[in-house]
Design a protein around this ligand. Sequence first.
Ligand SMILES: O=C(O)CCC(=O)C(=O)O
Ligand SMILES: [Fe+2]
Length: 348
Amino acid sequence: MTPAAPAFKIPLIDIRPSNPHAAHQLLTAATETGFIYLPSSCIPIPPSTLNTIFALSQSFFKSPLSIKQPTSISSNAAGKNLGWVAQGIENLDPSTQKHADVKEAFNLGEPDLAGNNFEQPLPTPLQAYEQLLVDFYAQCHELCQILLRLFAVALGVGEEWFTSRHDRTKGPSGTVLRLLYYPSRHVSAVEGKEGGDMRAGAHSDYGSLTLLFQQRGQPGLEVKGPGGDWVGVPVDPEGAGERGEGLPVLVNIGDLLEDWTAGLLKSTVHRVVFPPAEGEGGADRYSIAYFCHPVDEARLEAVPSDVVKAYAAARKGERKREVVRGDGSVMTARDHLMERLAATYTVK
Ligand SMILES: O=C(O)CCC(=O)C(=O)O
Ligand SMILES: [Fe+2]
């Protein structure tokens, strides 16, 4: 008899300094599941900020085309990859998915360094809340820096090894804040779009870390377990909402951090599905994703960690991708992102 695979369970980790095991627990989770829940109480983002941003997101996505179109990614004003992404544009898994993802998105690039505004045009419903969005951006970045410091500690490298390479004062990065809207199946059918079956096709994220904020009653995220099975990711695994607390935030490791650590930290494949049909076809889903990247010019030189070195030596030849090229030159974070984009979007 073969032993059953261990159940795939995403751990909830308290990352406050009062937990002396936080760094170790994070590293274990990152090497096993690649996904981690953080309780709302240990993140530097007030639940009221999140509620406001979800309300803004809803009001934007429910706006008429005349509000959305001027900020579209296909307009010159928005800039590359920034702005509104209409339904039918993106397919995260073109190899198996015939139709585009059933979703809309709004991509927000980094604010200026002074922390006053965004360089892209904001749609009308967001304009009055620019400062709140700028502050939220900074809070997300700070949370990623806290996590990156803990990973550095767990790997036995200098505490600032990763954070110094994510230091915004050193230049721009590929970091993006993304508002996401997945209509219920009912709504997408009414709009007459060709019926896609997937809200977001199977993929892994590109950057170093992703933060994902979700709302009660709006499930849909699934991660690929070690046996290739899809496992549902509950929005509120421990009933925080019922206790009147904020929901936990999900963190996942992206391809860049996986590649940088020679595959030790796992960038786990995930997707977003429609909930099983109920009533009118389930609820709409809104989520907010913060994709954190090192600064563009950061060189992805080998992490000087004994743990990483031992893993790299044991798994030589098994890696999905390399950050050091055949000629010995080291990729920058920008090179890495360009390569991932080129691998995904074959037609451009
Ligand atoms: O909306 C979600 O739950 C996840 C979205 C996602 O995985 C992505 O945009 O990369
Ligand atoms: Fe993702």
